[in-house]
Write a protein that binds this ligand. Structure first.
Ligand SMILES: *Cc1c(COP(=O)(O)O)cnc(C)c1O
Length: 492
């Protein structure tokens, strides 16, 4: 299996190890597989009998063909072990007649980013060897909160890798900030920037495409690499849990083989939902993808009108990991649907005007699979409370956005197929907003909210979030977004 850039008409091909090492293509595009491996009925039935690490190794081996199955299996077993995921890697919980919650947050940072970032450093480590690389990999991450911490946990103390994380100073929750500021490890750095997530992401992308900077890095024996969801090594492991969820539904007898299900994903950078789409292209019986957004509903508008327009007000919401106006992974969907030339033109327009409009054919093709809904702050809180009161299901704010959108979709279409809703964070990660949504009252403080939510709901604080305030703060730097490159040089 080879990969090429979403912006390259020639479709020059690269191996997966190189693609994982490099992150972003030289032309600024994203790597995509040249073909989609298929899962037969027999494959899916075999997967259903396997453990999660075995399912993961099998699916990854279809894309990462320059890794051996044994390498992948060993990495998957370590990544998705019982110690890291005491609640199971990706358990599927039945919520009501229609809805199943695919809980992706039982890992070391209590958010779904762990699903990819526990395995990705292992893949990168092997990629350095496979590509004969003798330099140290310098990972740069822009985060809206969850990626940063998950990447720090995944990469800390790994040989020949250093990691630097940038987050928007006022765009992440107090708990997220504490999680990152108290990070340990001898190869990590954390830096807040003045601005929003897009400023951070744009800053990182700029460094990646700065050829002068690359020379400086090389002279110091570093190569740049990314852990953002633009990296194929992040995306591939996310395909696994959709296949796994389908297997679990088969095993529990909730569906018969071949029965189609819908998937609803709380979406920011379009990585998670795109991975679900790849599962469908591989043959998993999925009908529709419900793309759920918060008040930053640029994707809802795009899916409804065909125009992507980032020139709009940016909202800080209680689902901050979805506060995004540039959804990078959408580029992969555009390329799959419209090819490299159209994609390159759209991305040029996006960078020059902040908007683009896709052709009617492209819009129609996307609409066959994707529908967009959004939930504002009031509806997110209402739905969170309703699911707790009515179904006894405690959701975080991001999951609640998705639950609200799933309900809107069901109500509007009458489509009652089983719906897998991706649950992307522990309710404790956003405890203050969860507590307020349920009770109508503010918690004493963002950090006290953890104990208060625990007492209110009689549930245990998710393991990575216990004793957060007692840990030592190691990082306090705040910089302007223009100074990001300089900060990286300093760290190097
Ligand atoms: C990152 C994140 C999302 C958005 O996922 P994308 O792959 O960027 O669409 C949603 N919810 C939570 C809790 C997240 O951390």
């Amino acid at each position: 299996m080879k990969f090429y850039s979403t912006r390259d008409s020639e479709q020059k091909k690269f191996d997966s190890a190189l693609v994982i090492k490099q992150g972003l293509a030289d032309d600024g595009g994203l790597f995509i597989p040249e073909s989609i491996p298929s899962l037969s009925e027999k494959d899916i039935k075999e997967l259903a009998k396997m453990t999660y690490p075995e399912r993961a190794a099998k699916i990854l081996s279809m894309y990462l063909t320059d890794y051996t199955y044994d390498e992948l299996l060993s990495d998957c077993k370590e990544a998705y072990c019982e110690t890291s995921f005491p609640g199971g890697a990706a358990p599927l919980k039945n919520v009501n007649d229609n809805i199943y919650s695919l809980e992706l947050w039982h890992g070391p940072t209590a958010a779904f980013k762990d699903m990819a970032l526990q395995i990705m450093p292992r893949l990168l480590s092997r990629a350095l060897v496979k590509t004969g690389e003798d330099k140290t990999a310098l990972i740069l991450v822009a985060t809206s909160g969850d990626t940063g911490k998950a990447a720090l946990e995944g990469y800390k103390d790994i040989d020949r890798i250093k990691i630097m994380v940038f987050y928007p100073e006022s765009g992440v929750s107090k708990v997220q900030k504490l999680q990152m500021a108290t990070q340990t490890g001898n190869n990590v750095n954390v830096c807040a920037i003045k601005g929003n997530f897009d400023d951070a992401q744009t800053g990182v992308k700029k460094i990646f495409s700065d050829s002068e900077a690359h020379k400086v890095f090389a002279e110091n024996s570093y190569i740049l690499s990314s852990a953002n969801s633009i990296n194929w090594g992040r995306l591939a492991p996310q395909i696994v849990y959709y296949v796994s969820a389908y297997c679990d539904l088969l095993n529990s007898g909730d569906i018969k083989f071949g029965e189609t299900v819908n998937v609803c994903v709380p979406t920011g950078n379009f990585g998670n939902i795109f991975a679900a789409y790849l599962a469908k292209l591989m043959g998993l019986p999925i009908a529709k993808f419900i793309c759920a957004s918060n008040a930053n509903n640029v994707l809802t508008d795009f899916l409804r009108t065909g125009t992507y327009d980032r020139n709009r007000k940016f909202h800080l919401t209680m689902s901050p990991s979805m506060d995004i106006l540039i959804s990078s992974n959408l580029e992969r969907l555009l390329c799959f649907t419209a090819g490299t030339d159209e994609t390159r033109a759209y991305m040029k327009s996006l960078s020059e005007n902040g908007s683009y409009t896709v052709s009617d054919a492209t819009k129609k093709a996307i609409a066959e699979n994707f529908v967009g809904y959004f939930a504002d702050e009031v509806d997110t809180a209402k739905t969170l409370k309703k699911y707790y009161d009515t179904y006894g299901y405690l959701a975080d704010t991001h999951t609640s956005v998705a639950l609200d959108c799933a309900e809107q979709y069901i109500k509007e279409t009458g489509d009652t197929k089983k719906m897998i809703v991706a649950s992307t964070a522990s309710p404790y990660k956003f405890a203050a907003d969860v507590y307020k949504s349920i009770t109508g009252n503010a918690a004493t403080s963002d950090t006290d909210a953890l104990d208060e939510l625990s007492a209110l709901t009689n549930t245990e604080i998710t393991y990575p979030l216990r004793n957060l305030t007692e840990r030592k703060v190691n990082f306090t730097t705040v910089i302007e977004s223009e100074d990001m490159l300089e900060a990286v040089y300093k760290f190097m």
